[in-house]
Design a protein around this ligand. Structure first.
Ligand code: BEZ
Length: 211
């Protein structure tokens, strides 16, 4: 059974490029991203890991710890990191799991046998401080991820975890948000004193409350 939103993220211990990691200990009270790659020394993965490293400050600002995975061995990961740093002008300073026996890949359903029997697809899990799965995205090997979209969703997840709001299509941090249907229109002014608009009885917006 695949992992679904709201499920507990399974804990594991794994060999990584920065030593053995216990996943829950690594996350601590932070948010987390666990994402898999098909293989080392492949072009799309090289750009993805480089982009992740370049966005290090953005992840840190959001209190997000990043952990990558592929089913290649540790010495291969370490040698590949040199290539990533050289070609993407970055410093890969987050751990990459060497999941040779596919323990973590199987735990998280990262192998999709009809796509590849042997390699992980591009799975991505966002995990909340409560260790629950908040987002899953799966890309095929041939399509690199949009990491700005990943950051955008994290902004939405963190905002909606703390306020009775939802974010509309294509929302970006700083834009107006939707008041959730559970809040009665007459209760909006007290909850959202920055103002609100009633476009339809079921569609009410307010300026982003934490800005
Ligand atoms: C890549 O990461 O470049 C890649 C991996 C597997 C298939 C196609 C592309």
């Amino acid at each position: 059974m695949s992992l679904r939103l709201g499920d507990a993220a399974p804990n594991f211990k794994a060999k990584t490029t920065v030593g053995e990691i216990d996943f829950y200990e690594y996350l601590g009270d932070s948010w987390g991203i666990l994402f898999s790659h098909p293989a080392d020394f492949t072009p799309v993965c090289t750009t993805e890991l480089g982009k992740t490293a370049l966005l290090n400050g953005e992840f840190a600002k959001r209190n997000v710890k990043v952990l990558a995975l592929s089913v290649d061995p540790l010495d291969k990961h370490k040698s590949w990191i040199n290539d990533i740093n050289e070609t993407q002008q970055c410093d890969v300073n987050f751990p990459i799991i060497a999941d040779e026996d596919k323990t973590v890949a199987n735990l998280y359903g990262m192998i999709h046998p009809n796509a590849s029997e042997t390699f992980t697809v591009r799975s991505l899990f966002v995990i909340g401080p409560d260790k629950k799965i908040k987002l899953t995205i799966t890309y095929p090997a041939s399509t690199g991820r949009n990491f700005h979209e990943v950051l955008r969703v994290i902004d939405s997840l963190q905002l909606t975890a703390n306020y009775s709001v939802a974010t509309p299509a294509d929302w970006k941090d700083g834009e107006d948000v939707i008041v959730v249907p559970a809040v009665k229109t007459e209760d909006i002014p007290a909850k959202f004193p920055k103002g609100h608009k009633v476009i339809k009885p079921y569609l009410r917006t307010t300026p982003q409350p934490n800005k």
